[in-house]
Design a protein around this ligand. Structure first.
Ligand SMILES: *[C@@H]1O[C@H](CO)[C@@H](O)[C@H](O)[C@H]1NC(C)=O
Ligand SMILES: *[C@@H]1O[C@H](CO)[C@@H](O)[C@H](O)[C@H]1NC(C)=O
Ligand SMILES: *[C@@H]1O[C@H](CO)[C@@H](O)[C@H](O)[C@H]1NC(C)=O
Ligand SMILES: *[C@@H]1O[C@H](CO)[C@@H](O)[C@H](O)[C@H]1NC(C)=O
Ligand SMILES: *[C@@H]1O[C@H](CO)[C@@H](O)[C@H](O)[C@H]1NC(C)=O
Ligand SMILES: *[C@@H]1O[C@H](CO)[C@@H](O)[C@H](O)[C@H]1NC(C)=O
Ligand SMILES: *[C@@H]1O[C@H](CO)[C@@H](O)[C@H](O)[C@H]1NC(C)=O
Ligand SMILES: *[C@@H]1O[C@H](CO)[C@@H](O)[C@H](O)[C@H]1NC(C)=O
Ligand SMILES: *[C@@H]1O[C@H](CO)[C@@H](O)[C@H](O)[C@H]1NC(C)=O
Ligand SMILES: *[C@@H]1O[C@H](CO)[C@@H](O)[C@H](O)[C@H]1NC(C)=O
Ligand SMILES: *[C@@H]1O[C@H](CO)[C@@H](O)[C@H](O)[C@H]1NC(C)=O
Ligand SMILES: *[C@@H]1O[C@H](CO)[C@@H](O)[C@H](O)[C@H]1NC(C)=O
Ligand SMILES: [Cu+2]
Length: 612
């Protein structure tokens, strides 16, 4: 009883703390003023705004949410549970499509690319039915950045948290939206997402800056005219000795004109002068890092991945693969058409040497016309053009959380990134990327969770498994790109199951003398490991499960650049996730016995060298 009471008091306290957004952010409104103003724009009359007593979410009170939740809520600790179930049906199909004037076979969701935007509110439960209508591939959907608190088996990572979904089979993924913001979902079955199995996700919640309208998700990706299942083995067998091939195009919100501009179409977004818009930028690339900008307009950045940040303004914004930034765009320029630029960064791994364009059209401008040169701004030059680091010093989380600094990172926490060329038993040359000297490879029919359920701790070395048995223990890692064993390119490092803390990133070898930021460092689920540099991250072991950590360059994870953390394994059986897991594996076992095609890469690598 006493425990119950103190829990109630604790949550009341948290709710109240969450209720009062810190003032620097919102110019809050009263009901009357809100009705008078027509826009949140600073160019229209903007009376001093105050939140109503309920702190209701609205254009002038984006920091509010309701029921005691607001932008000040630490969603790692507390979140609403609306009891509402939002259901989606995703059918993964094999279809011939032309996205940029070039027709090819793609694997797409419900016949569209990108797949449908999955939308829910903070605290809703998503129930998503995924059907595999492909005939010769398994599949599985990973909900990128979703914490999957106590629902590790919903993480959609074949060979780690599930057996792939066999052709003709379905799986229902169900999980609570404890976070809010913008993300994407994609197949984690080898490099299948490169061939189209990608969609966007929006979980509505509060924001650190006001805006009138939400333009929704704006995914940007490199695009290949050859299938990933053709390129992958070539890359692995040394067919491209100087690195993976350049993409053929960049798709912005699913479309673009072809390289010579003769076919296809530009993405066009309509905006109205005087309004402020929220635009959700998502980098869903396979290989290329970009910078983006909109001619004549600034971006006010309000999130880094899911994590709300103190707003900051910039003209050009870097976006690593898997990274998201929600930005506010104020339509405060003369009515016209404006180019939106996507510039691959030469200093990064990007091989594309072509910039891509989309159009933002003001209402009243020629809705079929192209922007005139007069409005065009220059692409970044000099150092800015080759800088592919995250703007970590600007990514200041709105909810301030610190990391204990009374800890010296031991040498055993260093995970080296390396590259190797090896030969398998068939005397084939194989390119590998490795983390801590192992190129990870999973076995689709023996996912990590199966080892856990069988209490089998004889993990093959190729699983690259790191056990984290402690509960609520801080875990610190130095991801180190070693110049002598790896080509000097940056890697976007992604961790499942956590928003991690970015304590530091820089060039050179980390040796405990570099300054780390323990006070409210950036938190996010993807961070750039600089070329020949280090990335220091931390997280708390508060989410039992097997969580993959990998480079999000699809070719690199395909060649093994990954490890997995097995967190609090002894707690996993009590999560009650065993039965669904077993059903998926039975269906996969039946299919895979007679399958025509077999695993060619990490799954995430070539099977014959698993165990290396
Ligand atoms: C897609 O369709 C093509 C042509 O019918 C077929 O060759 C291929 O195996 C199919 N792929 C999958 C994954 O179902
Ligand atoms: C997936 O299907 C494609 C053919 O559509 C095939 O080339 C590839 O090997 C298949 N991959 C796996 C792992 O089944
Ligand atoms: C433009 O590119 C397409 C392939 O993307 C090609 O088929 C076409 O011939 C090219 N046209 C011109 C005028 O170069
Ligand atoms: C992206 O494309 C979809 C589908 O065509 C469209 O509904 C949406 O408005 C576009 N988003 C933006 C920001 O232009
Ligand atoms: C996407 O990420 C990749 C790899 O980190 C990067 O090369 C590319 O520039 C990013 N794209 C955008 C639009 O920022
Ligand atoms: C963009 O931001 C810069 C620097 O803060 C500022 O000088 C400029 O006026 C802004 N431009 C627009 C169009 O808001
Ligand atoms: C709008 O742009 C199209 C394409 O450039 C052009 O053909 C048309 O004449 C323009 N319309 C007006 C009213 O300027
Ligand atoms: C716009 O600029 C491009 C590149 O600088 C040039 O090729 C083109 O002729 C210009 N167009 C106009 C209408 O000035
Ligand atoms: C670090 O400090 C925290 C309290 O701030 C304490 O709980 C923890 O035990 C300390 N850790 C070490 C390694 O001294
Ligand atoms: C444990 O896993 C290893 C590696 O996959 C396997 O060889 C062994 O048979 C398993 N042991 C049991 C008891 O299942
Ligand atoms: C890294 O690899 C070494 C050598 O295989 C191993 O001893 C060590 O435990 C690994 N590190 C972690 C964190 O698992
Ligand atoms: C640690 O690294 C820094 C930066 O590369 C270097 O200046 C310093 O000499 C190194 N210290 C030691 C003890 O190796
Ligand atoms: Cu990489």
């Amino acid at each position: 009883m006493l425990l119950f009471l103190s829990l109630v008091l604790l949550s009341l306290h948290q709710a109240l703390a969450a209720y009062i957004p810190t003032a620097e952010l919102v110019q809050i409104n009263d009901g009357l003023a809100r009705r008078q103003a027509s826009s949140t724009s600073s160019t229209s009359p903007s009376p001093t705004q105050k939140a109503d007593s309920q702190c209701t979410h609205g254009p002038f009170t984006r920091a509010c949410w309701g029921n005691g939740y607001s932008i000040a809520t630490n969603y790692d600790a507390v979140w609403p549970n609306t009891g509402k179930v939002v259901e989606y049906f995703l059918d993964i199909q094999n279809a011939s499509m032309s996205l940029d004037g070039f027709s090819r076979q793609l694997y797409v969701i419900n016949g569209q690319f990108p797949g449908p935007t999955i939308t829910a509110n903070w605290g809703d439960t998503l129930r998503i039915h995924v059907k595999n209508s492909l005939t010769t591939n398994g599949t599985g959907i990973h909900w990128h950045g979703l914490r999957q608190w106590k629902t590790n088996h919903m993480d959609g990572t074949g060979g780690v948290t599930e057996c792939p979904i066999a052709p003709g089979q379905s799986r229902t993924y169900e999980f609570l939206c404890t976070q809010f913001g913008t993300t994407w979902y994609h197949s984690h079955f080898s490099s299948q997402y490169t061939d189209g199995v990608v969609g966007t996700m929006i979980i509505n919640g509060p924001a650190t800056s006001n805006y009138d309208l939400d333009l929704g998700a704006f995914p940007i990706t490199d695009y290949y005219h050859r299938p990933a299942f053709e390129l992958g083995p070539l890359i692995q067998n040394g067919g491209f000795p100087r690195g993976p091939p350049a993409g053929d195009n960049i798709l912005i919100n699913g479309t673009n004109v072809n390289l010579n501009g003769t076919q296809g179409r530009y993405s066009r977004t309509t905006i109205t002068k005087g309004k402020k818009y929220r635009l959700r930028l998502i980098n869903t690339s396979t290989n290329d890092n970009f910078k983006v900008s909109l001619d004549g307009h600034n971006f006010t950045v309000i999130t880094a991945d899911f994590v709300p940040v103190k707003p900051f303004t910039t003209q050009w914004l870097f976006l690593g693969i898997g990274e998201r930034h929600d930005v506010i765009v104020e339509a405060n320029q003369p009515i016209d058409n404006y180019w939106f630029h996507v510039v691959p960064i030469t200093g990064c791994s990007s091989n594309l040497n072509k910039n891509a364009l989309a159009i933002f059209s003001y209402t009243g401008a020629n809705s079929t016309g192209l922007p005139s040169n007069a409005t065009r701004s220059n692409a970044p030059s000099g150092a800015a053009a080759s800088d592919c680091n995250d703007p970590n010093d600007k990514l200041i989380p709105y909810v301030k959380l610190d990391v204990p600094s009374n800890y010296t990172i031991p040498a055993s926490s260093r995970l080296d990134v390396g590259f190797a060329i090896v030969q398998n038993t068939a005397q084939q040359t194989l390119f590998q990327w490795n983390l801590n000297f192992t190129a990870m490879s999973v076995e689709w029919d023996r996912p990590t969770l199966e080892y856990v359920f069988n209490k089998n701790t004889t993990y093959p070395p190729a699983m690259n498994l790191i056990t984290l048995p402690g509960k609520n223990t801080w875990s610190y890692w130095v991801i180190q790109a070693v110049p002598t064993i790896a080509p000097p390119i940056p890697h976007p490092i992604h961790l499942h199951g956590h928003d991690f803390y970015v304590l530091g990133a820089g060039t050179g070898i980390y040796n405990n003398s570099q300054t780390l930021n323990y006070k409210n460092p950036p938190r996010r689920d993807v961070a750039m490991l600089p070329a020949s540099g280090y990335l220091v991250i931390a997280f708390i072991t508060d989410n039992p499960g097997a969580w993959l950590m990998h480079c999000h360059i699809a070719w690199h994870v395909g060649l093994g650049l990954a490890a997995q953390f097995l967190e609090q394994a002894d707690q996993i059986p009590s999560l009650g996730i065993g039965q669904e897991f077993q059903q998926g594996c039975s269906a996969w076992d039946t299919y895979s016995q007679n399958a025509i095609f077999h695993q060619e890469d990490s799954g995430l690598r070539r099977r014959e060298i698993a165990g290396y």
